[in-house]
Design a protein around this ligand. Sequence first.
Ligand code: MN
Length: 292
Amino acid sequence: MKTKKIELIVSPPEAHYVGDGFRVHNFIPGAYHLDMQRMNPFILMDYNSKFYFPPSETPRGVGVHPHRGFETVTIAYHGKVAHHDSTGNSGVIGEGDVQWMTAASGILHKEYHEKSFSQAGGIFQMVQLWVNLPAVSKMSPPKYQGIVNSAINKYLLPENSGVIEVIAGNYKDVKGAASTFTPVHLLNAKLNKGGKAEFSFPDNYTTALLVIEGAVKINESEIVPTDHFVLFENEGEDFTVEASENAVVLVLSGKPIHEPISAQGPFVMNTRKELVEAFEDFNHGKFGFLED
Ligand code: MN
C-alpha cells in the first residue's frame, strides 16, 4: 500500500459567530481551496475551538432555521448543546456525544447551549460537519440519530496508544454507530503521548483530519498543532498519526459524490431550480413548524 501524503495544512481561519452561541472557524467551504466539490461529501465544517462562555440565564445559540439536501453532524467535545426540530425530535448533545441529523427533504431546527451549561458558563468546544446527500436521497424523509458516547464503539490501540472512537464507517473490524447514505468514515482518535495509530482509506476518498487537542506528527514527518486542519492527497491509502502530546484528532474520509452542487445558505442541492424550490417551499411553510 502507498502512503497518503499531506496536500495542505490549514491554520484556523478567523472566528465568526453563528447566532450568538457558536464561535466558529469555518474550514469548509472557503478556507484555501477547501470548497464543496473538492471536499465532497463533506460540504461544511464549522469548528468552535475551545472558548469560554460566561454564565447566561438566556441560553446562547441559533434560532429556528431550515436545512435541506444533506446531514448535519454535531460532535461535542466540551459543553452541551440542546436541540429541537420540526419533526418532534429533541435532545441534548453532551461531551463525547454525537448528533447525526438527516435534514434531507427539509426540517426546521434550533440549536442552543443546554440550560444548565448556559447558567454555569464554561468551556465550549464543538464541531459541526455537513455531509452531502446524493441526488437520489436529497428528498428522502428527515431522520435523527442521537448517539451518546457509550453507544460509540471503540477500538483499543495496542501498547497503551489510546482509543479510536468509531462514529461512522469503520476502523479495522470495529463498526461505526451512525448509519450513512454513502460511505463515510468518521473517527475520534484519542491518543496518549507517544501513541500512534495507522489509518487506511481508499485513495479516491476525500480524507482529512482536525487536531482538536494536543499536537500530532503525521507520516513521521510533519507536526500539526492544535486547531489545525489537514487535507490529504487523493492518492495513496495509508497514513500514520503519532501524538506528540496527549491528543484528540477527528479523522474524516468519505467517498466523493460526483454530482453538481448548487448551494445557498442552509440548502445544498444539485441544481439552481432545486435551490429556488427549497426557498419557495420554506417560504410556504412546507418545512413544518417549530416554536421560537
Ligand atoms: Mn442548523
